[in-house]
Design a protein around this ligand. Structure first.
Ligand code: BGC
Length: 273
């Protein structure tokens, strides 16, 4: 078997090791972000838990990590406001040190509204949080990562970077835009030892889509849209993020890893064309 010359013992397992790394996960007071923060802490990273409005669960998560052998601190602020992002990064610098890993996870679906019958302020809000937020955070991250000569940024997009979704023009536009941001930034920073990747989750069971999985009829309909016979769990995504931010994906940049149980596989074709 060809190796990179580093394997000395076969059968000892291959670990994801983030010891010595500082990671910021935006929107980690609930759902996907919370699970991602737990996995990165489990892999040894010091984790900056970020929240916007829910401080209590963010504090509880940090306590849990700190009591069980990890290291975490909590930072509040609005990722769609440039000055708040700057102060979050400055506080992380002084409490944990400059970050090595950024997971741009904070996001909202927004209201279901058809274009023309909608409120432009709702559109702007979705774009601000889902696209401007990752941009503001990435520019602070890149400044620090360039000094270190290394770093990884993971942008949590969605299957809706590829799939249109009626009533969600803002969300789909933000996610497709974020995907192109990933590629362009990856090209820009490739000489500095920095990787930038997107991770596109499908339907993952979190508070964001509780109105769908919480109702038997819409849940049944949702399952027809997924090739595997289940919704995703937050751990399905968190494991993939741990891979992407680790050295296990050392040559992966500027692309999207889709974690959707086959939502993009036109699952209706299972039953004939
Ligand atoms: C949305 C979820 C939705 C999933 C699949 C995600 O990006 O946030 O609400 O269930 O896409 O449509």
């Amino acid at each position: 078997m060809p190796t990179d010359g580093k394997i000395e013992t076969y059968g000892s397992g291959i670990a994801i090791d983030l010891k010595g790394k500082v990671a910021l996960v935006t929107g980690s007071s609930s759902g996907l972000g919370m699970e991602i923060a737990k996995y990165l802490a489990k892999a040894g990273a010091k984790v900056a838990i970020h929240y916007h409005s829910e401080k209590q669960p963010a504090d509880a998560l940090a306590d849990d990590i700190n009591k069980n052998g990890g290291k975490a601190a909590v930072f509040g602020g609005d990722v769609s406001k440039l000055n708040e992002v700057t102060s979050i990064f400055n506080s992380i610098d002084s409490q944990l040190g400059p970050i090595d890993i950024l997971v741009n996870n904070a996001g909202i679906d927004g209201k279901r509204e058809l274009c023309g019958d909608d409120n432009p302020a709702d559109w702007e809000r979705v774009i601000s949080i889902n696209l401007l937020g990752p941009y503001y955070c990435s520019r602070e991250a890149v400044k620090r990562m360039k000094k270190k000569g290394s770093g990884v940024i993971v942008n949590i997009t969605s299957v809706h970077e590829f799939l249109p979704w009626s009533g969600y023009t803002a969300y789909c536009s933000a996610k497709a835009g974020l995907s192109m941001f990933t590629k362009t930034l990856a090209q820009e920073v490739s000489d500095f030892g920095i990787r930038v990747v997107s991770l596109a989750p499908g339907a993952i069971k979190t508070p964001i889509n509780k109105d769908v999985w919480g109702n038997p009829e819409t849940y049944k309909d949702l399952l027809t849209k997924i090739a595997m016979p289940r919704m995703g769990e937050t751990s399905d995504v968190a494991k993939a993020v741990a891979f992407l931010v680790s050295d296990m994906s050392s040559y992966v940049t500027g692309t999207t890893l889709v974690v959707d149980g086959g939502m993009l596989l036109y699952p209706a074709f299972k039953h004939g064309g």
